[in-house]
Design a protein around this ligand. Structure first.
Ligand code: SAM
Length: 189
């Protein structure tokens, strides 16, 4: 079984938008406890690579070859380790299911969600190989459209998807951006 029900969201996103292929290198941001990592590892198979990052420690996987990092994606240090883990070939898919701690205050939760989504977008631009895909969770609200426009500028197209497994849950949607149109940034420092 999967470690989290959210695994089904990634499965549905993949079915609808064809994100994950055998041999892919997949980066998963906000990966704990590891449901998406399990789905990604199954899809990419033996020849693929899966790297997950979270603030929380992710328990090791016995049956899959999944690399995990503990860190805060808003810190450059974490992004540095992640670039090292992914290596020169870059990533085929960057996925983010990151969510802020909910306060219940709609505007604040929305703003924090968009902030995390923008961090994920920056990371996608650092890591994605040309033609790569980006999927990111974001709570609906006034900053969603401007964010979507910014993402659209770097990809062939963007879709807003609400997978059936997430329809109960609040205001979350996923942006699925396909076909990254810029080459990955050379590794700095
Ligand atoms: N997709 C995961 C799965 O299938 O198991 C569930 C992810 S859960 C909805 C959201 C995660 O985002 C939490 O584990 C949280 O710790 C993580 N997160 C939130 N802010 C983060 C940050 N700044 N850096 C890294 N992870 C973060």
């Amino acid at each position: 079984g999967y470690r989290a029900r959210s695994a089904y969201k990634l499965k549905q996103l993949d079915e609808e938008t064809d994100l994950l292929d055998p041999g892919d290198t997949v980066v998963d941001l906000g990966a704990a406890p590891g449901g998406w990592l399990q789905v990604a590892a199954e899809a990419v198979g033996e020849g693929g690579t899966v790297v997950g990052v979270d603030l929380q420690r992710i328990e090791e996987f016995g049956d899959h070859d999944i690399e995990t990092l503990r860190g805060d994606m808003t810190e450059e240090r974490t992004r540095h380790y992640l670039r090292e883990a992914v290596g020169e070939g870059g990533a085929d898919v960057v996925a983010s299911d990151m969510a802020p701690n909910m306060t219940g205050e709609y505007n604040l939760d929305h703003a924090r969600s968009v902030h995390l989504a923008r961090q994920a977008f920056d990371t996608a631009e650092e890591l994605l190989a040309s033609g790569g895909d980006f999927v990111v969770k974001v709570f609906q609200g006034e900053d969603l459209d401007p964010f979507r426009d910014d993402v659209a500028a770097s990809f062939q197209y963007v879709r807003t998807v609400s997978p059936p497994a997430s329809r109960d849950a609040s205001s979350e949607v996923y942006l699925v951006a396909k076909g990254y149109t810029e080459s990955p940034v050379a590794e700095g420092d």
